[in-house]
Write a protein that binds this ligand. Structure first.
Ligand code: A3P
Length: 291
């Protein structure tokens, strides 16, 4: 069985990718000030940001993106199969990825100058993307019906924990961290501007033609065709490609095809309640993220 669950500090993780040891190691990870850490709740645009960072590091040249899988280029801190890679990685800057909440990873990052890119997405689209992903990912539990899945998302009981705690935890610590917050919606609406912003944050300014090359190679269609990033290298027993596609739709607002009016009203009221103590000002975010 692939869908075993590891419970770590009260949060469920797929045991196929995580062990108690690998999760514990992430908490003790020794960050270097030159590290770049991509942080996200699943289905928020993690893979897209991994690609953007790789392309920026290579000044728009797609060779590395097309020859090395993303999990090797930007390994997950908490996943056990990345442990050896993390130990031996000598490239500077190291590019790392995590889905862990700030409550778990915060202590390891205390007083670190590592550059953190926090990627968020409209939670309704995260939920719909995650629902479809559960259907193809054999290492995740059965998604159940959409209303059941929606309830678990709102209750924060899905694998990887609560979306609400994740975004509140990381964004409330933004001032203490060297953190850039990027939304999926910004990437969709202005990929060129977003890559420019990320490259400035990484202090890797690009020439205009290099920036345009980055835009070209991290478009949805380019990434969908790139087997080093579209997860088709993962065997069917683990990701059942007959049941879905990792690079599924890549759009803003697909939630509107799934939510009933009542589900939407309920989501909005839970959102309002759970986000009332959020320091992040949603009014400052693109319209698309304002629910
Ligand atoms: P959908 O399921 O809505 O299509 P993550 O990498 O965090 O798991 O997120 C996966 C989601 O990001 C999927 O969303 C995927 O299609 C989308 N995505 C990945 N690359 C993208 C790109 N270049 N453009 C638009 N969406 C992209």
């Amino acid at each position: 069985r692939l869908d075993v669950t590891e419970i770590f500090h009260g949060i469920l993780f797929p045991g196929h990718l995580h062990t108690q040891d690998s999760l514990q190691l992430a908490l003790k990870f020794l960050f270097q000030d030159t590290d770049v850490l991509i942080v996200s709740y699943p289905k928020s645009g993690t893979t897209w940001m991994q690609e953007i960072v790789t392309l920026i590091s290579n000044r728009g040249d797609p060779h590395q993106s097309q020859t090395i899988p993303n999990w090797t280029r930007a390994p997950w801190l908490e996943q056990y199969y990345c442990a050896d890679l993390l130990k031996t990685s000598t490239s500077a800057p190291r590019v790392l990825t995590t889905h862990l909440p700030h409550s778990l990873l915060g202590p390891a990052l205390q007083s670190s100058k590592a550059r953190i890119i926090y990627v968020s997405r409209n939670p309704k689209d995260v939920l719909v993307s995650f629902y479809h992903f559960h259907k193809m990912a054999n290492f995740l539990p059965d998604a159940g019906s959409f209303p059941e899945f929606l309830k678990q998302f709102l209750d924060g009981t899905l694998h990887f924990g609560s979306w609400f705690d994740h975004i509140k935890g990381w964004t409330s610590q933004a001032a203490a961290l060297n953190l850039l917050h990027v939304t999926y919606e910004e990437m969709s609406l202005d990929l060129h501007g977003t890559i420019n912003r990320v490259s400035s944050f990484l202090q890797r300014p690009l020439l205009e033609h290099e920036l345009n090359d980055c835009v070209k190679h991290c478009s949805f269609s380019s990434m969908k065709d790139n087997k080093m990033i579209n997860y088709t290298l993962i065997p069917d027993e683990i990701l059942d490609h007959s049941k879905g596609c990792f690079m599924r739709k890549g759009v803003i607002g697909d939630w509107k095809n799934m939510f009933t009016e009542e589900q939407n009203r309920n989501f909005d009221s839970v959102f309002k309640f759970k986000m009332q103590d959020c320091t992040l000002k949603f009014e400052a975010l693109p319209q698309s993220l304002q629910l």
